[in-house]
Design a protein around this ligand. Structure first.
Ligand SMILES: [Fe+2]
Length: 303
């Protein structure tokens, strides 16, 4: 159906008689409404005094009816009003579309800004702790892989990635001399290192939108058997994401190069995860980590 004028402009309005020689007005309006380019053109039916036809016409999408015989002034006024109504509806629809697009762009921008801010914070830790370059991003990535394999939702996977990125943020508050010491730490120095959990929680406590961020920093060194720090909580009392970060953190510690040792062979990493399942790690997530290792025969997941 072609309803474009020679200059390419759309038809503003269609006056449609119900009774026509070949097909009636209902057939025509059906075709109009089925055509994506024409369906929004307002249609006014021209009818005799027939209430059934008017009911059918409204159901089919007519905007108004003009009964025959026409009174020219009334006809012109009704056409004018329908055109004005249609113009307002179209403007409103366009405004809604424009505002929705703007809101989506703002949302995307805020999400991007949050992601980039979190990443920058994670990098601030690594600028200080030179031996763990890329550690936070890797832990975040492994934690997300575990969460995905555990069947967690996309939202939870994204949250856990952010929690992973910031789990060691408290290291910002640890003196460089202790953090970057290459020789064995004294008991006092190790006690200082341990405070990165509480310092991190303190730094992140103002983020109320995702309480897991603070808890991840605080509890990622808790152990499943209750012998971890800083609070010694155990088992299911440790939030799920902190138990996941704990396994991911250990995997990265063993598979990345440190100043005092090279990467461990994959079978040793696997054996260590198995050995610590149920003591250091939640067996469920240790088991998933082992599956991820077994699905990585070329030892490429790390790094
Ligand atoms: Fe840590």
């Amino acid at each position: 159906m072609k309803l474009l004028s020679s200059d390419g402009n759309h038809t503003d309005l269609i006056l449609l008689d119900i009774h026509m020689p070949d097909e009636d007005g209902f057939d025509v309006i059906k075709k109009l409404k089925a055509d994506s380019k024409l369906k929004d053109i307002p249609v006014i039916f021209l009818t005799d005094d027939d209430q059934n036809a008017e009911t059918e016409g409204f159901k089919a999408g007519a905007m108004d009816f003009i009964r025959k015989p026409f009174i020219p002034d009334i006809m012109l006024q009704r056409i004018g009003r329908i055109l004005e109504l249609h113009r307002l509806q179209t403007n409103l629809a366009e405004e809604v579309k424009r505002q929705t697009k703007y809101a989506e762009e703002c949302k995307e921008r805020m999400e991007r800004l949050s992601r980039e801010t979190v990443l920058s914070l994670a990098k601030a830790v690594e600028a200080k702790d030179k031996y763990t370059n890329g550690h936070s991003e890797r832990v975040a990535r492994y934690a997300r892989l575990i969460a995905e394999k555990a069947g967690m939702s996309e939202t939870d996977q994204n949250d856990i990635y952010i929690i992973g990125l910031l789990h060691d943020i408290g290291k910002i508050g640890i003196p460089d001399t202790v953090l970057n010491k290459t020789s064995r730490l004294t008991d006092e120095e190790f006690a200082v290192i341990k405070t990165h959990t509480m310092i991190g929680a303190d730094i992140l406590k103002s983020i109320t939108e995702m309480p897991g961020i603070e808890q991840g920093a605080r509890w990622h060194h808790e152990r499943y058997d209750g012998n971890g720090y800083p609070d010694g909580i155990k088992g299911e009392d440790i939030p799920e994401f902190a138990r996941i970060i704990c396994v991911a953190d250990a995997y990265d510690a063993m598979t990345s190069t440190r100043s005092y040792r090279d990467t461990l062979p994959q079978e040793k990493v696997r054996a260590e995860i198995v050995r610590c399942s149920g003591t250091q790690f939640d067996p469920k997530f240790a088991d998933i980590m082992v599956q991820l290792i077994d699905n990585d025969p070329d030892y490429k997941m790390r790094g």
